[in-house]
Design a binder for this molecule. Structure first.
Ligand code: FPP
Length: 230
């Protein structure tokens, strides 16, 4: 791993883009790309924790992704449900909190119950994996402000908003990695990304791996060494 400077990488976030193109290139249905992407998500998220990055956030489904064909949306949600069930066993031994961020109101109760159960069982552990599902950065800020209004606040501070974000209590992301060759943030961590280093790679998410994480981490410390001085 890269040498540490005065600013450590405490929170890394991933926009897991390129599943569909990966599948199409192979003559496979897009769903096959998401299946491969889900495997990479497991490997990469756990690897980040193993190399000492305490907080990992992934963008799994955005508030805009509902526009996709129903068959594809259903396939993605099947992967989430499988993952949630698998996570109960998978994270028994890991020092990892699972936290779902985003608006879960449209999900069936059977799903939200399992999400809450997983969050409850893993709460209080040392590291955190935030999984963004039905997440939009603007929507998150709107929900935060509505919570403050409901409490009767008439004037708010930045700290008030931060306390109501889905990521409340966590440090802001130090680096956001986007795979799949697009260079934009796409409504991800809109509030939290204000000072994040942005890292873009052409690699499609299903082709992304541990070595690519190492490269991104090295780049973080390189940038930090160059600009971190007084
Ligand atoms: C973006 O690629 C990816 C998604 C919208 C879905 C991400 C889902 C997973 C990685 C699998 C499930 C995750 C969990 C947490 C189990 P795209 O489809 O936009 O790719 P394209 O730009 O090539 O079409």
């Amino acid at each position: 791993m890269a040498e540490k400077s005065e600013k450590t990488l405490r929170h890394i976030a991933f926009i897991m883009d390129g599943n569909g193109r990966w599948a199409t290139k192979r003559g496979l249905p897009r769903e096959a790309g998401h299946k491969a992407g889900a495997e990479v998500f497991k490997t990469v998220s756990e690897y980040c924790v193993d190399i000492g990055i305490p907080i990992v956030t992934v963008y799994a489904f955005s508030t805009e992704n509902w526009k996709r064909p129903k068959r594809e949306v259903d396939a993605i949600f099947r992967l989430f449900s499988q993952y949630i069930e698998e996570a109960f066993a998978r994270f028994l031994e890991k020092d990892l909190v699972i936290r779902f961020i985003g608006d879960r109101t449209p999900f069936p109760k059977s799903m939200t119950d399992r999400m809450e159960e997983l969050e409850r069982i893993t709460a209080g552990r040392k590291n955190t994996l935030n999984i963004a599902i039905n997440y939009g950065g603007r929507d998150e800020i709107k929900r935060a402000v509505n919570k403050l209004i409901a409490e009767g606040k008439t004037e708010i501070t930045e700290a008030d908003i931060e306390a109501k974000l889905d990521t409340a209590g966590e440090p802001m992301p130090d680096m956001i990695v986007r795979t799949g060759a697009e260079q934009r943030i796409s409504n991800f961590l809109t509030w939290q990304s204000a000072y994040a280093e942005l890292y873009f790679t052409d690699t499609l998410w299903p082709d992304f791996g541990k070595e690519d994480v190492d490269k991104a981490v090295e780049e973080f410390y390189r940038r930090n060494r160059r600009f971190g001085g007084v």
